[in-house]
Design a protein around this ligand. Structure first.
Ligand code: NAP
Ligand code: 8YV
Length: 310
C-alpha cells in the first residue's frame, strides 16, 4: 500500500507538522519542477491532504491514491466524480467551523446594516469634527431568508433570533422539525425577506441560482449576504442591481473568481467585503487541520473515516 502524503498547496502549519511527524510528506508547491516531482513520487502517494482542491489531472497522475482529505467543509474544489470513478474516498471538515462562519455572517450583517466600516472611516478621516455620521438601518425586526438551512445555516438562524430577526429558509427539502417557515421558491423567499443569506454549497445546481430575478425580488431595501460560495450568485447581475438601485446592499465573504474581486464592487459604498474569512480563526482553522490529519490517520489505520463525504 502506498503510504506517502501529497500536499499540493501550502497547508496550515499545525496540520502540516502533524502529517510530517507521522508520514512521509511531499509538498508539491515547494517543487521548482512540479511535473518532475510528481513523476518521481506518484506511485508512493496514498493520500492527498488538500487545501486548494484536487482536479482530475492530479488525481489521475497518482495511480495508488486512495484518499483525498480536504481542508474545508465545501469540497467543490475536489473532483469527486473522478474520485468516485477511481474508488478514492474523500473527507471534508464539517461542523468544527459552524460557529466561526455564523459569527462572521452576523459581523458582516451588522457591518453593512449599521455601516460600521463607514463610521470607522468617518472617525479615522477626521470627518466627525465636521459632523456626525448619517443614521443607518437596524437588523431588529427584519426578516432574514436563509438559503441553505444546514449545519452552518442553523447556527446563523439561532444567532439571528437573538438579534430579534424573523427567520425563514429555502432549500430543496422542507425540514418539518425546524421552527422556521419554509419557502420552496427562492424568489418568493427573497421577496418576503429584508436579507437573503446564502450558505449553500457550490454545485452545478446552485450555480448562479441567485440571479437578477432573485435580487430584484429582494429589492431596493433588501441586502444580500453571501458566505456560501461565489458561484451561487450571478456577480454581474449583482453589480448591475447594486448600481441601479434595484438591490439595497451586499455583504460578501466569497466571490466568483477569488481572490479577484471586481473593481465595481470594491468601489461601492453599499457593499461590505471580506477575503473569504468565514472560518479563518486560529481555533477553527486548527480544528479543521486536526480533522484532516485524523481522517488520514484513520484511513491508514484501517479505521472508519471520521467525516467522509457521502
Ligand atoms: P450543509 O450542512 O450540507 O448545508 C447545506 C444546505 O444547503 C442544506 O441545508 C441543503 O438543504 C442546502 N442546499 C444544498 N443544495 C441546495 C440547492 N440546490 N438549493 C437549495 N438549497 C440547497 O453544509 P454546511 O456545512 O452548512 O456548509 C454550507 C456551505 O457553506 C459549504 O458547502 C461551503 O460552500 C460554505 N462555507 C463557506 C465558508 C466561508 O469561509 N465562507 C466556510 C464554511 C463553509 P437541502 O438538502 O434541503 O437542499
Ligand atoms: C475555508 C470554506 O476558507 O470550509 C469551507 O468550505 O470555504 C472555508 O472554511 C476554505 O475551505 C479553506 O481553504
Amino acid at each position: 500500500m502506498a503510504t506517502d502524503i501529497l500536499i499540493p498547496n501550502k497547508m496550515l502549519a499545525s496540520a502540516d507538522a502533524a502529517l510530517a511527524e507521522a508520514f512521509t510528506v511531499h509538498r508539491l508547491y515547494e517543487a521548482s519542477d512540479r511535473d518532475a516531482m510528481l513523476a518521481g513520487v506518484a506511485s508512493n502517494i496514498g493520500a492527498i491532504a488538500s487545501s486548494g482542491g484536487a482536479d482530475r489531472a492530479l488525481i489521475e497522475a497518482l495511480p495508488n491514491l486512495k484518499l483525498v482529505a480536504h481542508f474545508g467543509v465545501g469540497y467543490d474544489p475536489v473532483d469527486v466524480v473522478c474520485c468516485k470513478e477511481r474508488d478514492i474516498r474523500v473527507t471534508n471538515t464539517p461542523d468544527v467551523l459552524n460557529d466561526a462562519v455564523a459569527e462572521m455572517t452576523l459581523g458582516l450583517m451588522l457591518a453593512l446594516e449599521r455601516r460600521i466600516p463607514h463610521g470607522d472611516r468617518h472617525v479615522r478621516e477626521g470627518a466627525w469634527e465636521s459632523g456626525g455620521y448619517p443614521l443607518t438601518g437596524e437588523l431588529t425586526g427584519k426578516t432574514a431568508g436563509i438559503m441553505g438551512l444546514g449545519r452552518i445555516g442553523k447556527e446563523i438562524a439561532r444567532r439571528l433570533q437573538v438579534m430579534k430577526m424573523n427567520v425563514v429558509y429555502h432549500g430543496r427539502t422542507e425540514q418539518k422539525h425546524e421552527p422556521y417557515p419554509y419557502y420552496a421558491s427562492l424568489k418568493d423567499m427573497a421577496a418576503a425577506s429584508d436579507w437573503l443569506i446564502v450558505v449553500v454549497p457550490g454545485t452545478p445546481e446552485t450555480t448562479k441560482a441567485v440571479n437578477a430575478d432573485v435580487l430584484k425580488a429582494l429589492g431596493p431595501q433588501g441586502a444580500l449576504l453571501n458566505i456560501g460560495r461565489g458561484s451561487v450568485v450571478d456577480e454581474k447581475a449583482l453589480i448591475t442591481c447594486l448600481s441601479d438601485g434595484s438591490l439595497g446592499g451586499a455583504a460578501l465573504d466569497v466571490f466568483e473568481d477569488e481572490p479577484r474581486v471586481p473593481e465595481a464592487l470594491r468601489a461601492m459604498d453599499n457593499v461590505v467585503l471580506q477575503p473569504h474569512q468565514g472560518s479563518a480563526t486560529h481555533k477553527t482553522r486548527w480544528a479543521m487541520g486536526d480533522l484532516v490529519v485524523r481522517n488520514i490517520k484513520a484511513h491508514f489505520a484501517g479505521q472508519p473515516l471520521i467525516t467522509p463525504v457521502a
